[in-house]
Design a protein around this ligand. Structure first.
Ligand code: HEM
Length: 464
């Protein structure tokens, strides 16, 4: 199978299209679509592995340790950071790169070379994240391996960036780019800066540090860049592109969205400069404006597209935006009242679990089955149970983290381990559902030769 796909793809590179029969062109298009789906599935599966083991299991272990000792200060910062890196770069980063490659129509036109480059990107990214986690947790040759992993991640990202930056939608002509494209471009720049900052931090600790952990001050600024400079703008960009269709929302307000992106940039810049008090107000304002721009809480104009998934999908997407406001409010509170890392931690997890993870579990289960060879989601029921558990775990975690860490009450120390296990179960169900979809659901891949864009695939999956 692999050989026939390869030869079909290579044939097109050596033969002009006009010399091919319609059947051959059909075979090439189908082979390319299959190759892209395989690439996407590789990124998704490695992302799921990073999420489950180096990410969530280590996060749960850290939280059990923190709850047992009733202090975050007694835990190895290197282990906390290894968890954060595996989640943000290993899970979310792999998903974004995979979906990014899959969504570029250029890959459908430009032959095996580009697809091969995307595979090289996958290998480098996966090795970079895995090496970083291993060296940080086991302290094995970390002075050498941390910079090596940072270089691998940056090179992988640059391959992605190079392929994406050469792409301009075919049908766009001289027309201005759509608003969501600008927002995703700003998020991509945030991603690049985060990867670059990670490399700088890795070299710094390799040369000067006593352990692989970034110094606290640097880490706080780096986390602001990661959360608000990279993850949040991606959520806004994809919401601007897809939520109108998925949730039947009223039309986007582009100017307000651009203002939100601008305010957010100022907030991130202030945080990176160390002025967290002012920064968090800008981030709160930006979050509020994004809600107004995307009109996420307004009544829908049209019915939500929920065929094949659980009917609660629109509820959870809206809930993610509720968590965005909570995260921003907690950030303002943290910059004034935090004495223990608890309010910062709560704000961070309102953002990473409440916003990012809930969004990925919702939208991921909505789009990935279609992208991975036109499959149907294995179990809509499992989707609901996973999301409901994640929302419950996040609520317990965020509220109890403030109360326990700040010393306002001691009973929440007993609840925190429960919250970790509930979140772990939720994420395991998500991984099971996606893997079940890839392995057990039949593929209804394209039966006719055609160019298929992401929106067409989504439309196709809606009509089934
Ligand atoms: C089962 C779910 C999770 C558990 C139990 C967990 C646990 C933890 C713990 C205990 C910390 C240390 C700081 C604190 O006490 O707040 C932490 C930090 C962090 N977590 Fe999580 N987490 C989970 C999910 C996630 C997810 C889904 C993401 C991202 C998508 C994430 C990203 C981070 C980041 C970036 C940090 C900061 C690391 C640093 O200090 O540099 N976590 N997490």
């Amino acid at each position: 199978m692999a050989t026939s796909l390869h030869s079909a793809l290579t044939r097109e590179e050596t033969t002009s299209r006009s010399a091919l029969s319609p059947e051959q062109v059909f075979e090439i298009v189908r082979a390319r679509e299959a190759a892209l789906s395989r690439l996407l599935m590789a990124f998704i599966v490695s992302g799921l592995v990073f999420m489950l083991f180096p990410g969530t299991l280590l996060g749960v272990w850290n939280l059990l340790q923190i709850s047992g000792r009733e202090s975050v200060g007694l835990i190895s910062p290197a282990w906390l950071q290894a968890h954060g890196h595996a989640q943000v770069f290993g899970w979310i980063g792999s998903f974004l790169l995979g979906i990014g490659f899959y969504s570029i129509p250029k890959l459908r036109d430009s032959g095996t070379k580009v697809i091969r480059a995307a595979w090289v990107c996958w290998v480098m990214w996966t090795m970079g994240v895995a090496i970083r986690w291993t060296a940080t947790v086991y302290l094995w040759n970390w002075r050498l391996l941390l910079p090596v992993s940072g270089v691998l991640e940056l090179m992988a990202f640059l391959i992605f960036f190079w392929i994406v930056s050469k792409h301009r939608p075919k049908d766009s002509g001289e027309r201005a780019l759509e608003p969501w494209v600008w927002v995703v471009m700003s998020a991509t720049m945030g991603f690049l800066l985060a990867v670059a900052a990670n490399l700088v931090g890795s070299f710094y600790v390799a040369l000067r540090g006593a352990s692989p952990a970034f110094p606290h001050g640097f880490d706080q600024r780096y986390l602001a860049l990661l959360g608000w400079g990279f993850l949040v703008p991606f959520i806004w960009g994809f919401s601007a592109k897809w939520m109108r269709v998925f949730l039947g929302l009223k039309p986007l307000r582009p100017r307000i969205l651009f203002s939100a992106v601008l305010l957010n940039l100022v907030g991130v810049a202030l945080a990176v400069a160390g002025n967290f008090r002012l920064a968090t107000w800008f981030l709160l304002l930006a979050a509020g404006m994004s809600v107004v721009a995307i009109r996420i809480f307004e009544t829908s104009e049209q019915e939500a597209k929920i065929r094949g998934i659980h009917w609660s999908f629109p509820l959870f997407v809206r809930m993610a935006y509720g968590w965005l406001l909570v995260a921003a409010l907690l950030g303002v509170a943290a910059s004034r009242f935090d004495t223990s890392g608890g309010i910062w931690g709560a704000s961070r997890h309102a953002l990473t679990v409440g916003v990012v993870a809930i969004m990925v579990l919702s939208v991921g289960q909505r789009i990935l089955p279609a992208f991975a060879g036109m499959r149907l989601l294995w179990s809509p029921k499992l989707m609901f149970i996973g999301l409901a558990l994640l929302a419950t775990g996040c609520t317990l975690r965020v509220s109890c983290e403030v109360l326990a860490y700040q010393g306002y009450a001691s009973w929440p120390w007993q609840v925190l381990p429960v919250s970790a296990l509930v979140e772990l179960t939720a994420l395991t169900l998500f991984a099971t559902n996606i893997l079940g979809t890839f392995v057990l659901q039949p593929s209804h891949a394209i039966k006719e030769p055609m160019h298929v864009s992401v929106s067409q695939l989504v439309a196709l999956s809606n009509s089934r």
